[in-house]
Ligand binder design. Structure first.
Ligand code: GLC
Ligand code: CA
Length: 557
């Protein structure tokens, strides 16, 4: 049964899934809704509270479904509307919420709306798009897919004008100055919420409205439109949420929360690359600095914290110097790069070092916000940088060491993508079944961490964060606090053994208990608290009021 907590998204752990990649129920080589429904038990067991499904709408798949050719139907390979409803119902019966991509900045050029529009300049759908006689308007709007597009304008031969597109030229942007477009998009939203969705991850939100003389990002009109949508959702579908994909600098990103009346959640894009920069430099400054810049936010909102997703690790919102550090450390082979970013999964980015993977996840699980796991990263799945576009991080989920990693019984040639067979990440050992048997596996560790996180309220979205100043820049140190609960978190970002001396006088008398093993540490006193810490390792210390004598501590081990 679904709980009716209105702030459910604040305590949730999210999980991101492309439908085609998770499980193939009818052996045609493509994952589908029935398959997804069959694997919900796995997600429940892992401790997942909400799923974000990638675009599943009808599409020619020129941009993996982010090019929608009918908002009101499902790609037949993924199943029927009934399969979709069945999937949502099953998820809800397990108390798992489902949000889906809402891709409204642009559509596919195969959509009937655009095919109509390009017929003639006076077609009734013409004004649903943005046309111009020259490619000169909106000069300050940057091109995003820099590897493939040289302009945001494409020439339409049939009607002899240019149309505007922020992404691939096969994705014409909708014209939000047209009220018909705005009304239609609201209907799209109503349609899917009526079928049971719990909200949306809104794609490419900064770009909806365009104005000459601006960079056409984050315009007030765009914010107002999302506020309107939010109001409509609150009124008509209470409890549903909006999550913003706005890859922007902190000052602009924060604005998507409005005054608590726009998005409930927004991806913390500023933070994500900086976690990797902090590791590369063994210095916590970039992370602490960005967290200070991204807080506070309105009380009913949270940052969505992620390490990886289905796109490249974007390096648009970092300085040139930071980008160089990232490329040098994480993209040594040029195939690893795409656009302004790095197309790799978490395990390969971490050099397949389990301590590094765990460290990054432990940071994600303990920072203020809502964590989101990219499917397969809980297993340490590898990637394939030779697959083109961002397909290398979208390979089939690895369930077992059976044929096709247990994802499908189709002939392997029929799979939508090859499975990962690189020896370091081979599906024969990196899979759900094998890792479920080992208590030392990454999967078992992730499960444990999610459950530990849930038992300590101060680690959830709503706890405060207080940075502890100390001299060792390798060790990222903070305290999470919620009501009278406190968690002291320490992360050694470096590859060396090291130590910290912490001034914890204000907590004198409390006793740190290592939260995962339940192991007691010496009581905090007036002197500096001294802790040694192994390379790329971390501690979560629950600061408790001890009921017992210190001398008994070792009996507890
Ligand atoms: C978003 C999606 C990305 C897609 C783009 C264009 O950034 O995450 O996968 O290519 O929008 O829709
Ligand atoms: Ca299938």
């Amino acid at each position: 049964m679904m709980n009716d907590n209105k702030l459910w998204y604040r305590d949730a752990v999210f999980y991101e899934i492309p439908v085609k990649s998770f499980y193939d129920s009818n052996n045609d080589g493509i994952g589908d809704f029935r398959g997804l429904a069959m694997k919900l038990g796995y997600l429940k067991n892992l401790g997942i509270d909400a799923i974000w499904i990638l675009p599943f709408y009808k599409s020619p798949l020129k941009d993996d479904g982010y090019d929608i050719s009918d908002y009101y139907s499902i790609l037949p390979e993924y199943g029927t509307i009934d399969d979709f409803k069945e999937f949502i119902d099953t998820a809800h019966s397990l108390n798992i919420r489902v949000i889906a991509d809402l891709v409204v900045n642009h559509i596919s050029d195969q959509y009937s709306w655009f095919m109509e529009a390009r017929k003639s300049k006076d077609n009734p759908k013409r004004n649903w798009f943005i046309w111009s006689d020259t490619p000169d308007k909106f000069k300050d709007a940057r091109v995003i897919f820099v590897d493939t597009e040289s302009s945001n304008w494409a020439y339409d031969q049939s009607s002899k004008q240019y149309y505007f597109h922020r992404f691939y030229s096969s994705q014409p942007d909708l014209n939000y100055d047209n009220p018909e477009v705005r009304d239609e998009i609201k209907n799209v939203i109503r349609y899917w919420l009526n079928l049971g969705l719990d909200g949306f991850r809104a794609d490419a939100v900064p770009y909806l409205f365009k104005r000459e003389g601006t960079n056409c990002e984050n315009l007030p009109e765009t914010h107002n439109f999302f506020k309107e949508i939010r109001k409509m959702m609150d009124d008509e579908f209470p409890g549903t949420i909006l999550l913003a994909e706005a890859n922007q600098w902190p000052t602009e990103s924060r604005k998507y929360f409005g005054n608590g009346d726009e998005f409930q959640l927004a991806f913390n894009f500023p933070l994500m690359p900086r976690m990797f920069i902090a590791l590369a430099q063994s210095d916590y400054f970039p992370v602490e600095d960005i967290i200070k810049q991204t807080l506070p936010i309105p009380g009913n909102c949270d940052w969505c914290i992620f390490l990886r997703n289905h796109d490249e690790l974007t390096l648009e919102m970092v300085t040139d110097k930071e980008r160089d550090i990232m490329y040098r450390e994480y993209a040594k082979i040029s195939k690893m790069r795409i656009n302004l970013g790095i197309r790799r999964r978490l395990a390969p980015l971490s050099d397949n070092d389990i301590a590094t993977i765990e460290l990054l996840n432990a940071i994600m699980f303990s920072l203020p916000g809502t964590p989101i796991i990219y499917y397969g990263d809980e297993l340490g799945m590898g990637d394939n940088i030779y697959l083109g576009d961002r397909n290398g991080v979208r390979t089939p989920m690895q369930w077992s060491y059976d044929r096709n990693a247990g994802f499908s019984s189709a002939d392997s040639e029929a799979l939508y993508s090859p499975v990962i067979t690189n020896p370091n990440y081979n599906y024969e050992s990196v899979n759900v079944e094998a890792e479920s048997r080992l208590s030392s596996s990454l999967l078992s560790w992730m499960k444990k961490m999610i459950s530990v996180r849930k038992t300590y309220k101060e680690l959830l979205g709503r706890g405060d964060i207080k940075f502890i100043e100390q001299k060792n820049k390798r060790v990222f140190t903070y305290i999470r606090e919620y009501e009278n609960q406190r968690m002291l978190c320490l992360f050694n970002l470096s590859r060396s053994y090291t130590y910290v001396e912490l001034d914890l006088r204000e907590y004198a008398g409390l006793k740190p208990v290592e939260a995962i093993s339940g192991s007691y540490f010496p009581r905090i006193g007036e002197l500096k608290y001294f802790i040694t810490i192994s390379p790329r390792s971390f501690y979560w210390f629950n600061l408790t009021v001890p009921e017992r004598d210190d001398s008994m501590d070792f009996d507890e081990l």
